[in-house]
Write a protein that binds this ligand. Structure first.
Ligand SMILES: *[C@@H]1O[C@H](CO)[C@@H](O)[C@H](O)[C@H]1NC(C)=O
Ligand SMILES: *[C@@H]1O[C@H](CO)[C@@H](O)[C@H](O)[C@H]1NC(C)=O
Length: 170
């Protein structure tokens, strides 16, 4: 009897586990200057998306901003053709009166990753900068899901230097 119960509850656990498999998406970026990195978006279905930003060979002490734009990168690779900042809830109405921080995440445009995750600061050749946070404003799938959109990176001079598509991993 006990054994049967145990088997039954293990089977149930197995079902629950499968039903809650993480959704994962990724954007991988490389640049002729040697900068390379990725953004990993992992949704464990707990009310947030765990974001991991990892970049190598960024210029030492350079401060990079990174955002999600509305559209995928076109076939010609032109990062300037990815549309506007992803902002379906229209938080970025007035640029002079906009503030997005980790502790006021609900005031953020969904695409404003820098506001919630912090500026990406370079450490020089061979060095890696990593940022991680739990993002309450993102979803990978469904209405306002980020799959099929793109990540864009700006350097300290506000020049758009890199972009890549956010693609579904699982
Ligand atoms: C800035 O935004 C706040 C909150 O949305 C609003 O109350 C305030 O009037 C705005 N200020 C200006 C100068 O637009
Ligand atoms: C930012 O990128 C532009 C365009 O690639 C480049 O000319 C400029 O030197 C970069 N700025 C810095 C501080 O690296």
């Amino acid at each position: 009897m006990l054994k049967n119960l145990l088997v039954a509850s293990l089977a149930l656990l197995g079902t629950v586990h499968i039903a809650s498999a993480h959704y994962i998406s990724k954007a991988t970026l490389t640049c002729p200057t040697g900068i390379k990195g990725s953004l990993l978006f992992d949704d464990p279905h707990k009310g947030y998306v765990a974001v991991t930003v990892e970049f190598t060979n960024l210029v030492a002490d350079e401060r990079y901003n990174y955002f999600i734009d509305d559209h995928a990168v076109p076939a010609d690779g032109d990062c300037s053709k990815t549309g506007n900042l992803f902002d379906p809830t229209k938080k970025y109405k007035d640029p002079n009166n906009y503030s997005c921080t980790a502790d006021k995440a609900s005031k953020c445009a969904k695409g404003d990753l820098t506001g919630r995750g912090g500026v990406l600061v370079g450490k020089g050749i061979g060095q890696t900068t990593t940022l991680t946070w739990h993002d309450t404003q993102l979803a990978l799938r469904g209405t306002n899901g980020i799959n099929g959109k793109s990540v864009v990176i700006y350097n300290g001079s506000r020049k758009l230097i890199l972009c890549a598509n956010i693609e579904k991993v699982q």
